[in-house]
Design a protein around this ligand. Structure first.
Ligand code: UD1
Length: 364
């Protein structure tokens, strides 16, 4: 096996799957390493079959803990594996703690690193993801970017242009690969919903869910939106559920009119619900991109984004003044007609192919 592919959180699986498929096609050996940062059935294993991703060769079982705990523990476990398998290249994706652990451990062991989704910057160092991005990029030998902004960010940080490859968005490979299943999904029927009559909601960032006052504001905003008759579908991330329970707010959310609280959905179901939504309210990075591709209006409950292309040419709007602006923003979308937006360059379903071509050159 010459490569190690690292994944640990739900959005990592969608980014690794197309690359693994492309490596298989080209007969390039790899070991698939799941750090175990996400471990619930519906946050982890459930994705492998639906994404056609083989069972990982290793599951490190890291689990939950502080950012430092997850990063350090993962590095220690990876060191044992890399010492045995001696990969020629370690491939990391995205910006989770598992991403930085893979990059730092490999770099310390003299193994080159490839980073998929390099160069994104929110310029907000209070997010663990931002330090994960900056450090991972600084350590990488091959940096695969999904948009032109990312190239500029990397060049500004002094990264050698020869290491940067603008290949497009690998998440869109997964979206297109699974589009037949997404189109045929029965999730709307199961939930008793019609297309375009509801808002799809996902929230999990610490900045939105780790403080009680913020969650109270969000509850008030959803109560107000629900009061207008708009249905809302909210698959609740385990971090969010935990906080709602800890703060004694779960019952209040359960009572919000027209709000359907669900367990986390699988990838196909989640994309089917997104594709048919009238609009999306989220703080997820991936959904900002997926809604832009699908032409679905997206309200992002964050003061900044590392994915500005989704605002510039896509369907995304930042709600930078917090939950107080949700109701007005939802009204504005409902009153507007067709969504205007374009699909960014190279978000075409062929990104993994371009990545593997570069990787093969590098291994040669
Ligand atoms: C992580 C990533 C974030 C990504 C998100 C996608 C970092 C710093 N953050 O955030 O970038 O957008 O994944 O979901 O890497 N939990 C469970 N079961 C699980 C996983 C988590 O119950 O399978 C609960 C635990 O209470 C845990 C909490 O969720 O403490 C947070 O999980 P963690 O992996 O630390 O971060 P996420 O918020 O999921």
């Amino acid at each position: 096996m010459s490569l190690a592919l690292i994944m640990g959180t739900r959005p990592n699986f969608m980014k690794v799957a197309p690359v693994a498929r492309e490596l298989d096609k080209n007969d390039i050996g790899y070991e698939l390493i799941h750090t175990g940062q996400h471990y619930d059935l519906n946050m982890s294993q459930a994705f492998f079959a639906s994404l056609d991703l083989g069972k990982p060769h290793h599951d490190l079982g890291i689990g939950s803990g502080s950012d430092n705990y997850q990063t350090a523990k993962t590095m220690l476990e990876l060191e044992k594996i890399f010492s045995e398998s001696r990969p020629e290249l370690v491939v990391v994706v995205g910006d989770a703690n598992s991403t930085l652990s893979g990059a730092l451990c490999a770099a310390r062991m003299g193994v080159p690193v490839a980073h998929i989704e390099a160069g994104l910057r929110s310029f907000d160092r209070s997010m663990p993801e931002e330090t994960n991005r900056i450090l991972t990029d600084a350590l990488s030998a091959l940096l695969f970017t999904s948009c032109e902004d990312a190239n500029h960010n990397l060049m500004r940080e002094g990264i050698d242009g020869d290491k940067i490859f603008f290949v497009g968005n690998v998440m869109i490979d997964t979206l297109l690969y699974l589009m037949p299943e997404i189109v045929n999904s029965t999730i709307l029927d199961e939930l008793g919903l019609e297309g375009k009559e509801y808002m799809y909601v996902t929230l999990h960032r610490p900045s939105n869910v780790d403080a009680r006052e913020r969650l109270v504001e969000i509850a008030a905003a959803l109560e107000s939106v629900g009061g207008t008759g708009l249905k809302m579908v909210f698959p609740v991330h385990p971090r969010t559920r935990q906080r709602l329970e800890d703060f004694g707010l779960w019952a209040r959310f359960e009572k919000v009119k027209n709000l359907m609280l669900l367990e986390p959905l699988g990838y196909v179901e989640s994309m089917a619900a997104t594709r048919s939504a009238r609009l999306v309210l989220t703080d997820s990075g991936g959904l900002q991109e997926e809604t832009t591709y699908l032409g679905v209006p997206c309200l992002t409950l964050r003061p900044n984004t590392e994915r500005p292309v989704t605002i510039r040419i896509g369907t995304n709007v930042l709600l930078d003044r917090g939950p107080s602006v949700i109701t007005a923003a939802v009204d504005a979308v409902l009153e507007s007609g067709e969504t205007q937006g374009e699909i960014p360059d190279l978000w075409d379903g062929n990104t993994a192919g371009r990545i593997v071509e570069v990787v093969m050159d590098h291994l040669d």
